[in-house]
Design a protein around this ligand. Structure first.
Ligand code: ADP
Length: 312
């Protein structure tokens, strides 16, 4: 029933879509329905009196004209919305592309300063540079995520099909998350089936997805908690599962978890930084690579996120 209440809240719908009240789809549908019902009733009443064939045809034309006019307004509005949505994705894509170059430049300069001139710096200067490096990495990840979201929205996401050593990729991601794990006092364990075959996927994007799932398992954990990363062979697929002993996802939020920008309330109250884009990107990348992403979670106990990818 809540969907009906939502659909009938025309003012809210118009506000959400940024259109006038009379341009809201629900208003136009209601108008269409009432107009058709009114004209049909009028034709029925009039036809009980004496009505000529000519008058009946004119009435029919009138009904069709009204339906077509309202239908046309609906289509034009939808087209406008689709155009605005497309230019928004293009805007995000252009801005993210433009931001990538200066961000990479800053990262190189900081690395150069630390590696080449680090000796001459005081402890405080070094710390400042390291903080700048961390902030720059966060910005770079956000820009990368926005670029991926724009690609997904424009149906333009490309994923390579290379032979990959999944164990090596996970080891790299675990090394990247070592500091985060240490800061949050999380124990991370990695278990692999012996002789794990290679998988087929996109090197960089698979790394980004696993980085997101593993960093989530650390971020949304409790102090002193654990993360278990496991890779196994399951028929023609490799299954990677990431289990944590963290805050879990409330049942009511579980349907929304792969939606763009969605963040659970318990994650927000934990004051963990995030954009709600990682899982949306993960689902799209993995499905495009011929795999699947799923999860099981109990609030207050923890979550297990799993990814399957085709074996080579
Ligand atoms: P972000 O972490 O940047 O917010 P994600 O798309 O990776 O974005 O995750 C979306 C939301 O899903 C998170 O904000 C959090 O509410 C929830 N979530 C993801 N992973 C976990 C996890 N391992 N444990 C609990 N909640 C999680």
């Amino acid at each position: 029933m809540s969907w009906l209440k939502n659909d009938l809240d025309i003012k809210k719908q118009a506000n959400n879509l940024g259109v006038n009240f009379w341009q809201a789809p629900s208003f136009l549908f209601l108008l269409l329905g009432f107009t058709v019902a009114f004209i049909m009733t009028a034709v029925f009443i009039v036809s009980r009196e004496s009505i000529t064939m000519q008058q009946l045809i004119i009435a029919e034309f009138l009904v069709v004209a009204v339906i077509l006019s309202i239908g046309n307004i609906l289509i034009v509005n939808m087209e406008n919305l689709a155009k605005v949505n497309k230019s928004k994705s293009e805007f995000i894509s252009v801005i993210s592309h433009q931001l990538k170059t200066p961000i990479t430049g800053i990262s190189w300069d900081i690395e150069l300063l630390i590696s080449k001139y680090g000796e001459g710096l005081s402890q405080k200067q070094r710390e400042i540079l390291e903080n700048m490096e961390v902030s720059n990495k966060v910005t770079s990840k956000m820009v990368g995520d926005l670029l991926d979201v724009a690609r997904i929205d424009q149906n333009n996401l490309f994923t390579g099909k290379e032979e990959l050593d999944i164990v090596k990729i996970i080891e790299k991601v675990l090394a990247k998350n070592e500091v985060l794990g240490r800061n949050n006092k999380i124990k991370v364990k990695f278990l692999v089936d012996d002789n794990m075959p290679k998988i087929i996927g996109d090197n960089k994007k698979t790394e980004v997805v696993l980085d997101n799932l593993i960093s989530n398992a650390i971020k949304y954990n409790r102090d002193g908690g654990s993360v278990f990363v496991n890779v196994r062979k399951d028929g023609k697929k490799a299954v990677i599962s990431i289990k944590d002993t963290g805050i879990g996802i409330p049942k009511g939020d579980q349907d929304m978890i792969f939606h763009k920008f969605f963040r659970s309330e318990n994650a927000a109250t934990k004051e963990v930084d995030g954009t709600g884009l990682g899982l949306y990107i993960a689902k799209n990348v993995i499905e495009k690579s011929g795999g699947k992403v799923w999860f099981h979670s109990v609030e207050g106990e923890g979550s297990v996120f799993s990814v399957s990818l085709p074996l080579a």
